[in-house]
Design a protein around this ligand. Structure first.
Ligand SMILES: NC(=O)c1ccc[n+]([C@@H]2O[C@H](COP(=O)([O-])OP(=O)(O)OC[C@H]3O[C@@H](n4cnc5c(N)ncnc54)[C@H](O)[C@@H]3O)[C@@H](O)[C@H]2O)c1
Length: 331
């Protein structure tokens, strides 16, 4: 297959974030001409991009996608765009007006500039949040989004539809990817869904009972961040356009099972403590049907939950131990 990455200039918005930094690492393997990253570091970090910040092929711009001049300067030089910068679901809920500026207005500006500067393809990071509580399990892309109740899910769906309409009106090529519950090394420690793994790792470190709020039977579909990065590359290099794909593991894991696996990989015999659910979770089940991505993008998740949690745990404990050493050194 023709190597679209080699010798191309590729803009990655949010490239210093959790998933974006892995996409950049994957892209570098195919020798691009240049990768431009725009990230305001509201959640991204220099730690995330440490493996490539010194790479001469990478231009890191600490900037905001709400800056249209900056966007245009970067898009004008690019062949392809990964649009990954976004606010978290809880930030959108806390500040919908900022959510509008980042998730809607800036995404509109990006789409318009991509048309103007004849970008060859956009890969748009969408989310399983568009479904709310889905109608079918495993959930196909054709499930309707009426159960979504969040600003974030609505904004992601609007983004998908924006690119779809620009494909229809202006032939802008794009693929949208609906990620399920992404986890792995460099994951954030205060997000709304996946942070539970980090809280439980804190408990394992401190030898305290991990807390489960509710009965622990809510399920999620956990997909390892490196697999998500590979799905992004597959979406770029394929000739597919104007399609949206689920990116999950097609495995339904309850919170209880998640904790059991995390305890197992850490050799811990701690017992969970159950507490009354402190909020009503409108999404009690998640399970992706990934057959479309498998067939059309040759996407195949390769990392099992046990492998992924082992890698995450190793990173977590290394990070914590290092912090302790630093602290002791400066005392
Ligand atoms: N992590 C998940 O489980 C998950 C699930 C579904 C969808 N997604 C989507 O995937 C994409 C990447 O998510 P992530 O988990 O890596 O999150 P992340 O927060 O680590 O990455 C997003 C990046 O965008 C940057 N950013 C935010 N607002 C910006 C702005 N105005 N200008 C410039 N940069 C800005 C942040 O600093 C951050 O580095 C996002 O679009 C997110 O909505 C993530």
């Amino acid at each position: 297959m023709y190597n679209k990455i080699k010798d191309s200039t590729i803009l990655v918005t949010g490239g210093a974030g959790f998933i974006g930094s892995y996409v950049v690492e994957e892209l570098l393997l195919s020798k691009p001409k240049k990768i431009i990253i725009i990230d305001n570091l509201i959640r991204g970090s220099f730690d995330n991009i440490a493996s490539f910040i010194e790479n001469p092929l990478v231009e890191f711009i600490e900037g905001d996608i709400r800056n249209k001049v900056l966007l245009e300067q970067s898009i004008a030089k690019s062949d392809y765009v990964f649009h990954m910068a976004a606010l978290r679901i809880n930030s959108c809920a806390a500040n919908p007006s900022e959510g509008f500026e980042v998730m809607l207005k800036a995404t509109f500006d990006i789409a318009e500039l991509c048309v103007k500067h004849k970008i060859k393809k956009v890969i748009y990071s969408s989310s399983a949040s568009v479904y709310g509580l889905a109608q079918h399990f495993p959930t196909p892309e054709s499930d309707n989004p009426y159960n979504n109740q969040t600003f974030y899910g609505g904004a992601k769906l609007w983004g998908e539809q924006l690119f779809r309409s620009f494909h229809f009106m202006y032939n802008l090529d794009y693929v949208a990817l609906r990620y399920f519950n992404v986890y792995g090394v460099r994951m954030d420690t205060d997000g709304k869904y996946t942070e539970v793994m980090i809280r439980w790792l804190d408990c394992i470190r401190d030898q305290k009972s991990p807390l489960i709020f509710g009965d622990g039977n809510d399920t999620m579909d956990f997909v390892y961040v490196k697999d998500v990065a590979k799905a992004n590359i597959a979406a770029l290099v394929s000739d597919i356009s104007d399609e949206t794909f689920n990116v999950g593991n097609c495995e339904e894991t309850s919170l209880r099972e998640l904790l059991e696996t995390l305890l197992k990989v850490n050799g811990s015999s701690l017992k969970p403590e159950f507490k009354e659910a402190n909020s009503i979770n409108p999404v009690s089940r998640r399970l992706a049907d990934i057959s479309a991505a498998k067939t059309k993008l040759s996407f195949e998740p390769s990392i099992t939950l046990e492998e992924g949690l082992s890698e995450l745990s190793r990173w977590y404990f290394e990070k914590n131990n290092l912090k302790k050493v630093d602290h002791d050194t400066y005392r």
